[in-house]
Design a protein around this ligand. Structure first.
Ligand code: UD1
Length: 423
């Protein structure tokens, strides 16, 4: 079994760290490449992550040529030939996010068959908003044998109000609308930077998407889309994870090329705690003295609120700050499992439904702990940096979904950390 072993307690992270392209951006960007009937699409600054390999397989499963040049961090997709409208279960079942191929396949082929995503450890994660939106655009949706079939010879522009600004639903509907007849307006749309990154690619491909980054998206359908070249936006969650790591180890770290605006919700909480966060020409610098930090209350919300994908890591910081902090998780209903593991390291925490109270500043001791999901894995590793003695973190397949060379990057900043048991 693969594991990460950390000798913690004395770590003070120092130096510079490089950030990859965002996992949550590249997955929908790959889905968008399905729409290009003419010419190839090249994505640059692509992170080497297991989720990216899965998405490549999903797209390849449609008969599309996908070439991943890992040395250059570049993916080239050629979707100009006939494409199959069925996304095979063997690939789709490996990653929930692959549901974002539904809209593009439907728009391109007039029919799409995609496996229904299964359960997820952090919440039930329904896809009703994706399906309702496609129905509003004239798609006929049926579910049978674990598959969703969507049919519409030609999608029609529609006015869609999302009950919740779902990231995936916004992406699916935005992509479907690019080839629909007429105008689509999506209200209460998600505003994450990854949505903006997707809209930029779609417009380069010949689409007409306006308002990305605001709560109202307007998409005027066009007849055809073509290939384009595009850079994947910086991973604000990876950047945020290293910012938190620096803060909790009384460190001094420059997170290179991190984008201030994208991390604004996190930065405001770090500043409130007393962490020094400054924007420099080369990125964002984080310095702190843990003994001087103050506890805070945080609530996760859709962007530009505090990101749920930083919740677990931020609770690790709360764990080392003396006093009572609180974390309210409003996006997913079961996203505190890392706290149960952190209890094994001596954390005092009370969880009541969506609220966790963290009694920070106590003694944390190294322990054997298990990742329960992607961000939980990072949170446990960060906790291992500050816990006295040795921490062993297992179930690293979660980590590999979203962090490239995480332990190497931490070691580069001075952590005593290694990975064992790999092939
Ligand atoms: C994306 C991110 C994920 C992040 C999440 C919230 C990707 C690949 N993943 O996931 O890392 O944690 O945004 O920022 O970008 N919901 C419904 N019905 C729907 C769709 C969603 O009720 O049809 C609910 C979900 O159950 C959840 C909430 O809306 O409670 C947020 O989900 P959503 O924004 O759709 O997240 P994802 O796109 O799945």
């Amino acid at each position: 079994m693969e594991q990460i072993i950390i000798d913690g307690g004395q770590t003070r992270l120092q130096g510079e760290v490089t950030i990859e392209g965002a996992k949550n951006a590249v997955l929908p960007l790959l889905a968008a490449t399905i729409l290009a009937k003419d010419g190839q699409t090249t994505l640059r600054h692509v992170p080497i992550l297991s989720d990216v390999f899965v998405m490549n397989d999903v797209v390849r499963g449609l008969g599309i040529t996908v070439d991943f040049n890992q040395e250059q961090n570049e993916i080239t997709v050629d979707a100009t030939n006939f494409i199959d409208h069925t996304a095979p279960y063997e690939y789709v079942s490996r990653m929930r996010a692959s549901i974002v191929v539904l809209g593009p396949i439907l728009a391109r082929c007039g029919e799409a068959v995609v496996s229904m995503p299964g359960g997820c450890s952090i919440g039930s994660r329904p896809i009703d908003l994706h399906l309702k939106g496609l129905e509003a655009m004239g798609a006929e949706i049926t579910q049978f044998g674990g598959d969703i079939t969507a049919k519409a010879a030609k999608l029609k522009g529609a006015n869609i109000y999302l009950d919740f600004p779902s990231v995936g639903a916004t992406q699916n509907l935005m992509m479907a609308a690019t080839l629909a007849e007429g105008k689509t307006v999506i209200e209460n749309a998600a505003r994450e930077p990854e949505i903006v990154n997707l809209a930029v690619l779609l417009n380069k491909m010949g689409a007409d998407v306006r308002g990305a980054g605001t709560e109202t998206l307007t998409i005027i359908g066009v007849k055809r889309l073509h290939g384009a070249e595009h850079d994947v936006v910086q991973d604000r969650i990876e950047a945020g994870t290293f910012m938190v790591a620096a803060a909790m180890t009384s460190g001094d770290v420059l997170v290179k090329d991190a984008i201030w605006e994208h991390n604004r919700p996190l930065i405001s909480k770090l500043l409130e705690m007393g962490v020094e966060v400054t924007e420099e020409a080369g990125g964002i610098r984080v310095r702190s003295t843990v003994q001087n930090l103050k506890p805070v209350s945080v609530k996760t919300l859709p962007h530009p609120g505090f990101p749920t994908d930083m919740q677990a890591q931020f609770t690790a910081l709360m764990a080392v700050v003396k006093g009572e902090s609180s974390m309210i998780e409003t996006v997913f209903e079961n996203r505190f499992q890392h706290l149960e593991e952190m209890r094994r390291m001596g954390l005092h925490t009370e969880i009541l439904r969506d609220t966790a109270l963290i009694h920070g500043g106590g003694n944390l001791q190294g322990a054997k702990v298990m990742s329960t999901d992607l961000r939980a894995s990072a949170a446990l590793i960060l906790t291992g940096l500050v816990a006295q003695g040795q921490t062993t973190v297992t179930k690293l397949e979660h980590l590999d979904r979203g962090y490239y060379q995480f332990h190497e990057k931490l070691a580069g900043l001075g952590a005593s950390i290694r990975r064992e048991g790999g092939a």
